[in-house]
Structures are given as structure tokens and as C-alpha cells.
Design a binder for this molecule. Structure first.
Ligand code: HEC
Length: 120
């Protein structure tokens, strides 16, 4: 009798486990990909696009020669920070810098991230 109950309990546990695998894991994976380096595609840099975005959005704080002004110098930022840190700083801002989520397109942010990531 008890064995019979146990197998039902185990059956339900197994069923719940499968449900968790099906619905929970993919959702978690998506969430963790948001900030992972793998989510920043290494697209070929379009430097002229990146520069024109830099000039109109970033230069007044980071300097016309990336030497820094109100914000830190960016001329070696690729050596100091990984691409995911650069990306997050541009998307969310912080420390006196505005976030550019919604102001620049995802493609523009990825392009400028890869461009700055090559400043070493
Ligand atoms: C209003 C001024 C301002 C503007 C505009 C601005 N930044 Fe910044 N930025 C800052 C400040 C201040 C920091 C330092 C933040 C901190 O230390 O937490 C910073 C930090 C950064 C960093 C990290 C550098 C480091 O050494 O830690 C990157 C990368 C960066 N900005 C890129 C950009 C890009 C790209 C743009 C344009 C799309 C931009 N910033 C526009 C002020 C600005």
C-alpha cells in the first residue's frame, strides 16, 4: 500500500520536474543572456557610423579625442573594460552618464560597443 502511494508521489514529482524543465529553464536562460557577453554580437564595426553617434551623443562628456572631460577618457577603454561592461554602461548609464536604451537602437549600441572595445 505504501509503495503504491510512494510511486504516485514520485510520479507527481517527476511530472513537476518535467514541467519545470520545459517552462522554467528556457525563461531563465533568456534572462541570463541579457547581460552575458555572448548576447553582444561581434558584428563588423562600422567606424564612421560609430564616430558620428559619438560626436553627437558622447563627445561633450568624453572629449573630441576620447581624452575625457566630464566623463572618463575612452581612448583605452577596450583594455580597461570588457565588451559587456561597455555595453551595460551605454545601455544603463550611471555615475553621471545617461543611459542610451531607447535613444539609440540596439544595432547602434552594439556597433559603438565593438568600436570602443577595440580602443586598446
Ligand atoms: C553627461 C555626460 C556623459 C555622456 C553624454 C556620455 N557619458 Fe559615458 N560616462 C560619463 C561618466 C561621468 C562616466 C563615469 C561613470 C562611472 O564612473 O560610474 C562615463 C562612463 C562611460 C564608460 C565607462 C568608462 C570607464 O572607464 O569606466 C563608457 C564606455 C562610456 N561612458 C561610453 C559612453 C558613450 C558610448 C556615450 C555616448 C553614447 C557616452 N558615454 C555618453 C559621462 C557621460
Amino acid at each position: 500500500m505504501q509503495k503504491w502511494i510512494m510511486s504516485i508521489v514520485l510520479g507527481i514529482a517527476g511530472f513537476l520536474f518535467v514541467i519545470l524543465l520545459l517552462f522554467n529553464l528556457p525563461a531563465k536562460e533568456e534572462a541570463s543572456q541579457m547581460d552575458s557577453p555572448a548576447s553582444i554580437p561581434e558584428t563588423p564595426v562600422n567606424a564612421s557610423k560609430a564616430e558620428s553617434i559619438y560626436k553627437s551623443n558622447c563627445m561633450h562628456c568624453h572629449g573630441d579625442e576620447y581624452q575625457g572631460a566630464m566623463g572618463p577618457a575612452l581612448n583605452q577603454v577596450g583594455a580597461k573594460l570588457g565588451r559587456e561592461k561597455i555595453y551595460n554602461q551605454i545601455v544603463h548609464g550611471g555615475g553621471g552618464m545617461p543611459g542610451y536604451e531607447g535613444r539609440l537602437t540596439e544595432e547602434e549600441i552594439v556597433n559603438i560597443t565593438n568600436w570602443l572595445g577595440s580602443f586598446k
